[in-house]
Design a protein around this ligand. Structure first.
Ligand SMILES: Cc1cc2nc3c(=O)[nH]c(=O)nc-3n(C[C@H](O)[C@H](O)[C@H](O)COP(=O)(O)OP(=O)(O)OC[C@H]3O[C@@H](n4cnc5c(N)ncnc54)[C@H](O)[C@@H]3O)c2cc1C
Ligand code: FES
Length: 435
């Protein structure tokens, strides 16, 4: 099984995985057991997962993070987000054409009272912020439960193949992102009072101060004394003609495909956005053997670190500053993208249009906090805290510091920690968050 699979990578090991058969619209295909359905489809060169019920436009993946619903398919009769649903042997997967059909039987099934779990601290999200908080809580013996909707701990760290900056002591500088995830996970797993539920999605925070989660297929209630929201960020979209075509993805989705799932989803890409996420996605693409046609940035200079921009340019990628994307075109997926220069009033300069043959346009124009649970919990009067990108968008090192600080603040609020929050942690948090 080699089609659209990354079989050699300069940094990542290629793990041995169990190949299984599944069906896509009646056709038998191969995938790996446990990988996300969307990755199995894209590895088989399938990029159109269905058609929209309003205008019949083709739909494909956008976020690969469970945040947008653009990747819906029907799996064994049920509508699911394909980027969040693991592949099982023999699974029958169909494209979602319009709205999913309702079952013929409209009787309400008998509902059982869902199991309830009481816990001192519930952490939503097992990225660097949630894990760092759990480590502080676990060291103090606080009864802590982490829930994360992915199959592995680490959050966005799992997508980062580059070595981090900063200080070794504070934020594992010099270590690659996915390796930092392993280090934090090991620390958490060694703590007796911390439990981890993976493949578990928080779905609501209710007026009785219960958090509802779906673990596997089972709905459960959790009653925490303290709630920490560390759910990270979602990617922002940009409005332009053709932006819903399959092949227009978030840069994080692309990193998920190439670095986590080892799927070579594209042959030639153009990146929109010159912050760190866009710049780094550029060399993640090159590591995966994917050509980068260009990177465009609307501002007169890139916003990410110069070292990342220089590295990309050394690898032969042209960077067009004061430029924007004008349109993406293609029959059923992206085939071409057009960019143009912007004047000082952010208007497209006539006659500056250039068109590139690409199969993918990566959107890296910023992130937005996933903070709905935080505000809902506040509304219901819960003792709620937030850490990492869910509180304020920054980098992984800042997420680790806010996690540590919030962990101690929570323990203090429970009367389980009498010391002070180290002043130098707060100072470092401020520095790491400064842009
Ligand atoms: C696309 C992208 C690329 C990035 N690239 C870099 C980079 O190259 N270098 C760098 O230093 N920083 C990078 N960052 C920033 C860095 O990864 C983040 O700042 C850091 O991971 C934030 O940590 P966190 O713990 O707050 O959130 P995350 O790492 O995002 O972790 C949050 C976790 O919560 C889970 N979650 C969300 N909602 C739910 C729910 N309802 N139920 C259960 N679990 C849920 C998520 O699946 C995830 O596992 C990037 C961020 C993004 C979004
Ligand atoms: S929810 Fe799957 S691509 Fe966004």
């Amino acid at each position: 099984m080699t089609s659209n699979r990354i079989t050699r990578h300069p940094i990542l090991e290629i793990p041995k995985r169990k190949a299984v058969e599944f069906r896509w619209n009646g056709q038998t295909l191969q995938g790996y057991e446990g990988e996300m359905i969307s990755s199995a489809l894209m590895a088989n060169d399938i990029h159109i997962f269905g058609h929209h019920h309003k205008d019949n436009s083709p739909q494909g993946m956008f976020c690969a993070n469970g945040q947008c619903s653009q990747c819906m398919v029907i799996a064994d009769g049920l509508p699911v987000k394909s980027c969040m649903t693991p592949l099982r042997p023999g699974m029958a997967v169909q494209s979602l054409e319009g709205l999913p059909a309702l079952p013929e039987d409209d009787k309400v099934p008998a509902l059982k009272e869902p199991p309830r779990r009481d816990v001192e601290v519930l952490i939503l999200g097992g990225g660097p912020a949630g894990l760092s908080a759990a480590i502080e809580l676990g060291k103090l013996g606080v009864d802590t439960l982490i829930v994360d909707d992915k199959s592995k701990l680490g959050g966005k760290l799992l997508l980062q193949t580059h070595k981090f900056f900063g200080s070794v002591e504070d934020s594992h500088a010099g270590t690659r992102g996915f390796e930092i995830a392993r280090i934090l996970e090991k620390e958490v797993r060694d703590l007796d009072s911390v439990e981890v539920w993976l493949n578990t999605t928080a779905v609501g925070v209710f007026s009785d101060r219960i958090v509802g989660v779906v673990k596997g297929n089972l709905y459960r209630k959790i009653k925490p004394q303290r709630l920490l929201v560390a759910t990270g960020a979602r990617e922002k979209m940009l409005s332009f003609p053709g932006n819903t075509l399959p092949g227009v993805y978030g840069a994080g989705a692309f990193q998920t495909l190439v670095n986590r799932d080892l799927v070579k989803s594209s042959n030639r890409i153009l990146i929109v956005g010159g912050g760190n996420v866009g710049l780094i996605a550029g060399y993640h693409a090159i590591q995966a053997g994917i050509e980068v046609a260009a990177l465009v940035e609307a501002l007169p200079q890139v916003g990410g670190y110069k070292v990342h921009a220089d590295k990309l340019m050394r690898l032969g990628v042209p960077i067009f500053t004061s430029h924007t994307v004008v349109s993406a075109t293609g029959k059923d997926r992206v085939e071409k993208v057009t960019i143009a220069a912007l004047d000082k009033q952010w208007k497209v300069v006539p006659g500056t249009h250039r068109t590139f043959d690409v199969d993918t346009v990566l959107i890296a124009v910023g992130l937005a906090e996933v903070n709905e649970f935080f505000f809902k919990a506040k509304e219901w009067g819960m003792e709620v805290f937030s850490a990492g990108d869910a509180g304020e968008i920054a980098e992984a090192s800042a997420a680790m510091f806010t996690g540590k600080i919030q962990g101690l603040k929570i323990a203090k609020s429970l009367g389980l920690y009498e010391g002070e929050i180290p002043k130098e942690w707060e100072a470092k948090e401020k520095i790491l968050k400064s842009k």
